[in-house]
Design a protein around this ligand. Structure first.
Ligand SMILES: [Zn+2]
Length: 277
């Protein structure tokens, strides 16, 4: 009986040690970088709203291609992703002056309904057609990340994404505050990424290739991961601390279980003795 008792206790301790080891490995596994996170990826414009456009290029198409690829990578990191759209559709079928506003409201409501941790909106940029500075405008290029001036976590997120984007686009930009509706109205960390300028001929061509889209997407995903990794999030715990919490709870339960097998006022010998009756 005594052998059986010690065997069971050692087995439980072995099991707990294995759980602790696995939790450490899991927390540092790249495929689970963003486990337990819910991220809304907003493919801006769509349907009747093409966004910026130049002959043969519509912003809404670039946004969707990048958003779909971003979903794939974030899924590989373990995050749940909610896409604002998965096809060439607008989010409001109202065809009046309110339609753009309703479309934007729908994107923010999606965040509230999904209880998301983070929001990132994908756009492509364009310089307005202007005779003055036309040459300089045509050369303007580079990805840019924006945040709401009222959100410190939004600023941290946009800065993290911008840092990663600079390594891809060779741009030396910093994230900027901007008063965009989807940033202003979001209660969670939110960033808006202009992936590049379709008014720049070279960048326009790059933005249409899957290879360059993949580079942009990897940078955005890396920026999001770095944001969480630096502990910027108050909305939910970071994965590492949550994993530690779960396994600490497991330890406490195990200690309770062990305690019920071996009450502190009874020795193993006395348990063996009493069980013999
Ligand atoms: Zn746009």
């Amino acid at each position: 009986m005594r052998i059986l008792y010690f065997g069971k206790r050692h087995f439980i301790l072995f099991l707990l040690s294995a759980m602790l080891l696995l939790s450490t490995l899991y927390a540092h596994d790249a495929t689970h970088k963003l486990a337990d996170k819910i991220i809304v990826v907003d493919a801006s414009h769509g349907g009747i709203n093409p966004g910026a456009n130049r002959p043969g290029v519509l912003e809404k198409d670039i946004n969707l291609a990048i958003a779909l690829e971003l979903k794939n990578i974030l899924n590989q990191y373990g995050a749940k992703v909610v896409l604002s759209r998965q096809a060439d559709v607008e989010l409001s079928d109202e065809c009046d002056n309110e339609k753009v506003h309703r479309d934007l409201v729908a994107r923010v409501e999606m965040v509230e309904e999904s209880d998301a941790d983070l929001f990132v909106s994908i756009h492509a940029n364009a310089v307005a057609n202007a005779v003055a500075n036309a040459v300089a405008n045509a050369k303007r290029h580079g990805a840019e990340a924006f945040f709401s001036a009222k959100s410190e976590t939004g600023k941290a997120l946009a800065t993290s994404i911008q840092t990663a984007l600079c390594t891809v686009t060779q741009a030396s930009r910093t994230a900027k505050a901007a008063d965009y509706f989807v940033l202003r109205r979001n209660k969670i960390p939110a960033a808006l990424v202009e992936v590049g300028y379709i008014t720049n001929i070279e960048e326009r061509l790059l933005l249409q290739t899957p290879e360059y889209q993949r580079k942009i997407v990897e940078a955005i995903a890396q920026g999001i991961y770095q944001f969480f990794n630096k502990g910027n999030l108050q909305h939910t715990q970071s994965f590492d601390s949550k994993a530690r919490g779960i396994y600490r709870s497991a330890w406490l339960i195990a200690i309770e279980v062990l305690g019920s097998f071996c009450p502190p006022d009874k020795t193993a010998a006395s348990i063996a003795e009493s069980s013999a009756h």
